[in-house]
Ligand binder design. Structure first.
Ligand SMILES: C[S@@+](CC[C@H](N)C(=O)[O-])C[C@H]1O[C@@H](n2cnc3c(N)ncnc32)[C@H](O)[C@@H]1O
Length: 375
C-alpha cells in the first residue's frame, strides 16, 4: 500500500502491500478504502473497532498507520488471515515448519485419503492431498504463530485457477459445491495439478516475504469469537478504564440473506478441522441471516454495545448493502443507538469494486451505501 497525492493505492513493492493481500475472502473491503478511511478519520495512537472483521482489513489498515485496533470475527478462515497479517511469523520458522509437515505427509497415505469424500481425489493430486491432511492434522492454527502463518498461506492457495493453486480449477474466493465441481471437471476431463507441495509452498513463502514483514505497526488484536458476546467484555474493559474508547468504528455487517460465509469457504473451513462437505447447519450467527427478526436482533445487540464504548468525537463508518431491508434495518438500528448524531449517506453504485463482486460475482448487484455518523 502506498499513498500517492493523498490517495491510497495498492502495491506489492512494500511489505504492507504484500501482507494486506492475505487472503481471499468472499466479502471484503478493498484495502485502499480501509486505509483511506483510517487515515482520514483517526490520528496515530487512536483506537479503531471492527466487530465483523472478515479478513481484518480495517484493523490492518489501522496498525499499518500506527493506530491501534480490535477486530472480532466468527469465521476462523477470516481470523487466521487477520492474525497472520497482523503478526506474521519469521520466514525461516515458517519454512522449517513447512519441511516438517511435508515429511509428515507420508503418514497420511492411501488409507487416510480414502476416508475422504470422493470430491477430494478429483480436486487434489494424491501427494498434495497427503500434504494437506498432514497440515490439517498437525498445525496448531489456534495458538502457535508459526503454524497460524503457515496455515494461512496454505489456505490462500487451497483453491484457485488451475495452475496458480494446489487444486483443480476453482474460483479462489469461493468454494463450489462438491457434486457440481466433480461433474464439471469430469465433463471437461480436468485433472488436479501434479505438483510438489513443498516446492510450491516455498515459492509462495518467498513471494510473500520478499519485502519483509510489516514494521512500525500499532497494537492490533484479532479475536475469534461471536461479537455479540465479546463486545460485552470490551464494554466492561472500557468502563474499568482498561481499554481506551474508540475513535473510529469501521465495519460492514453481514448483508441480509446474501452470503453464507462458512458455506462459501467450506474447503478452507475443512482445512481448519470442519466437515469434509459444505454444511449450512450452523449456529444462528453463522448462517445466511435469513430470518429478518434474527438479523435485526444481531445488529441491535452489536450497535447497542458499540454505542457505549465510542469516544465523544468518534466517527461511525458503516458500509452496507443497498437492498431495502438491510439498509433500512442498519439505518434504523444506528439511529436508535446514536440518537443525536449527524448522519450522512453516500451511494457506492456497483463499479466492480463492491465487496461481494470483487471476485467476479456480477449478478444481483444494486450497490452499497456508506453510512457515516458523527456528533
Ligand atoms: C461483510 S463481511 C466483513 C468483511 C470485512 N469488512 C473485510 O474487509 O474483510 C461480514 C463478516 O461478519 C462476520 N460475522 C457474522 N456474524 C458475526 C458475529 N456474530 N460475530 C463476529 N463476526 C460475525 C462474517 O463471518 C463475515 O466475515
Amino acid at each position: 500500500m502506498i499513498q500517492v497525492n493523498g490517495k491510497w493505492q495498492r502495491t506489492y513493492k512494500n511489505a504492507i502491500g504484500r501482507w494486506a493481500a492475505v487472503g481471499p475472502y468472499y466479502a471484503m473491503f478493498p484495502n485502499e478504502f480501509a486505509f483511506d478511511v483510517v487515515s482520514r478519520f483517526t490520528d496515530p495512537g487512536d483506537w479503531v473497532l471492527e466487530p465483523f472483521a472478515g479478513r481484518f482489513s480495517s484493523i490492518y489498515a489501522a496498525t499499518s498507520q500506527r493506530r491501534n485496533g480490535i477486530g472480532i470475527e466468527i469465521n476462523p478462515v477470516g481470523w487466521v488471515y487477520g492474525q497472520t497479517k497482523l503478526y506474521p511469523a519469521p520466514r525461516e520458522s515458517v519454512e522449517d515448519r513447512l519441511r516438517e509437515i511435508s515429511q509428515r505427509a507420508r503418514f497420511f497415505g492411501v488409507r487416510s485419503r480414502q476416508k475422504l469424500a470422493d470430491f477430494f481425489s478429483h480436486c487434489y493430486a494424491p501427494n498434495v492431498l497427503s500434504f494437506l491432511l498432514a497440515a490439517r492434522h498437525d498445525l496448531n492454527w489456534k495458538e502457535d504463530s508459526v503454524d497460524i502463518t503457515l496455515m494461512s498461506l496454505i489456505l490462500i492457495s487451497l483453491h484457485a485457477k488451475l495452475g496458480s493453486g494446489l487444486s483443480n480449477q476453482m474460483r479462489q474466493s469461493k468454494a463450489m459445491a462438491p457434486d457440481y465441481s466433480v461433474r464439471w471437471w469430469t465433463r471437461r476431463k480436468m485433472t488436479p495439478p501434479n505438483l510438489d507441495p513443498l516446492d510450491f509452498m516455498l515459492k509462495k513463502i518467498e513471494w510473500r516475504y520478499k519485502q519483509g514483514r510489516p514494521e512500525g505497526t500499532g497494537k492490533g488484536l484479532a479475536i475469534l469469537a461471536d461479537c455479540t458476546t465479546e463486545l460485552e467484555q470490551i464494554v466492561l474493559n472500557v468502563k474499568k478504564g482498561e481499554q481506551p474508547r474508540f475513535k473510529l468504528l469501521l465495519t460492514s455487517p453481514p448483508y441480509y440473506d446474501i452470503t453464507h460465509y462458512h458455506y462459501d469457504q467450506w474447503i478452507r473451513y475443512w482445512m481448519l478441522g470442519g466437515p469434509d462437505f459444505p454444511s449450512k447447519v450452523e449456529n444462528r450467527h453463522r448462517g445466511r441471516f435469513s430470518s429478518k427478526g434474527a438479523y435485526q436482533k444481531l445488529l441491535d445487540s452489536v450497535f447497542e454495545h458499540v454505542a457505549q464504548i465510542m469516544d465523544d468525537n468518534a466517527i461511525i463508518y458503516v458500509r452496507t448493502d443497498k437492498r431495502p431491508f438491510t439498509l433500512e434495518t442498519t439505518r434504523n438500528v444506528l439511529m436508535k443507538h446514536f440518537p443525536d448524531w449527524e448522519v450522512e449517506e453516500t451511494n457506492r453504485p456497483f463499479d466492480g469494486q463492491t465487496q461481494t463482486a470483487l471476485f467476479g460475482d456480477f449478478s444481483r448487484k444494486p450497490g452499497e451505501v456508506d453510512i457515516v455518523m458523527r456528533r
